[in-house]
Design a protein around this ligand. Structure first.
Ligand SMILES: C[S@@+](CC[C@H](N)C(=O)[O-])C[C@H]1O[C@@H](n2cnc3c(N)ncnc32)[C@H](O)[C@@H]1O
Ligand code: SF4
Ligand code: SF4
Length: 319
């Protein structure tokens, strides 16, 4: 009997609600700000999005004593219509017509139901989700199972009919990165209003700033995919592998979203192993063990400048 079945049988769900509220109150914005992020680059939109995501991400569910991931990111294709300067696509990252199979999506969705996943499925990855073949059908695989699903998009291909179809298929949040300018706020608000979508169901992020404002992002070097090497590796904990799982278009499970362009470490493949078996594998655990203490000695962490402490402190404590 595998672990998933064991959990189902014993029905041992434990949520650490008290611990969760304790940590929320304790952790003020400043406590996760690393030395090189300041209020200058932390926009209101970034803070708002963090606050929106925190309740779902930082709630810990244990399966037979093991914390389950609460955030699952899918890279559903390898295409984009832009080449933003702060993204590895501004360099020689290839634009390829490759897509995640619906069969794999169906398997992921049913495994999530089986483990009692109560977090968020995030479609973001290395490209532009709205260029995905069968995107509406893909969202429906999760929507039909009442799983929370959100899409991060540059918004270029959004139309009224696509918006309506996505929400009808079960989409719970659309996050739009606005790269053009302030005028996009009114444009997108009108578009969503026209479709009858409540403000709580979409997020507009201002990302039209220059380099001196870090482009409106919590800018990271994408484990070196943006070129160059860090003079010294960071000495700071990272909680990504404690709460998040990243699935590439071909089923590969990567260490984290920061390594999604370089793909340095592949922890398993969802076609050949269950998500739970990969999540609880020794290889994954080796990273968790050292990252908790701020040791980023192993690749790709050794060349990663990401702040890995925005979310996941509760999970790290529970592992
Ligand atoms: C890679 S994009 C994929 C989704 C979509 N194409 C978009 O741009 O919104 C996901 C998110 O990463 C952000 N992003 C891109 N490059 C980044 C970087 N170097 N550091 C931090 N965030 C970055 C984008 O602004 C976007 O919000
Ligand atoms: S940030 Fe998003 S829109 Fe811009 S090039 Fe990268 S994937 Fe495309
Ligand atoms: S240190 Fe960087 S590469 Fe390593 S797990 Fe954290 S975010 Fe990913």
């Amino acid at each position: 009997m595998n672990n998933i079945q064991q959990r189902k049988k014993s029905n041992t769900f434990v949520t650490y609600e008290n611990q969760y509220f304790y940590n929320i109150n304790r952790r003020q914005t400043s406590s996760w700000l690393p030395k090189d992020f300041t209020e200058r680059t932390l926009t209101k939109a970034i803070k708002k999005n963090i606050d929106r995501k925190r309740p779902s991400i930082d709630e810990v569910t244990l399966i037979n004593g093991v914390p389950l991931f609460s955030w699952i990111e899918l890279n559903v294709n390898e295409l984009c219509n832009r080449r933003c300067i702060f993204c590895p696509r501004s360099g020689d990252y290839p634009n390829q017509n490759l897509h995640m199979d619906l069969e794999l999506v169906d398997s992921i969705a049913s495994q999530l139901v089986e483990v009692g996943f109560d977090g968020t499925i995030n479609i973001s990855g290395t490209g532009e989700a709205l260029l995905t073949k069968q995107l509406v059908d893909l969202v429906k695989k999760f929507g039909d199972r009442e799983l929370g699903i959100e899409i991060v998009t540059n918004g270029d291909k959004l139309t009224s009919s696509l918006i309506k179809n996505l929400y009808c298929s079960g989409l719970t949040q659309l996050v739009v990165s606005m790269y053009e300018g302030q005028e996009q706020i009114e444009y997108f608000n009108n578009l969503f209003t026209e479709c009858g979508i409540d403000k709580k169901l979409y997020t507009l992020r201002d990302r039209w700033y220059d380099e001196d404002k870090d482009y409106g992002l919590l800018y990271t070097n994408r484990t070196g995919a943006l070129g160059g090497e860090l003079p010294d590796s960071e000495k700071r904990a990272c909680y990504y592998p404690y709460y998040a799982i990243y699935i590439d278009w071909n089923g590969d499970i990567l260490l984290c979203c920061q390594d999604s362009y370089n793909r340095t470490i592949i922890l398993g493949n969802a076609y050949t192993k269950s998500l739970w078996d990969i999540w609880t594998s020794q290889k994954y655990f080796e990273y968790r063990k050292i990252l908790k203490d701020g040791n980023r000695c192993k690749a790709p962490c050794s060349n990663c400048n990401a702040n890995g402490m925005v979310f996941g402190a509760n999970h790290a404590e529970s592992w």
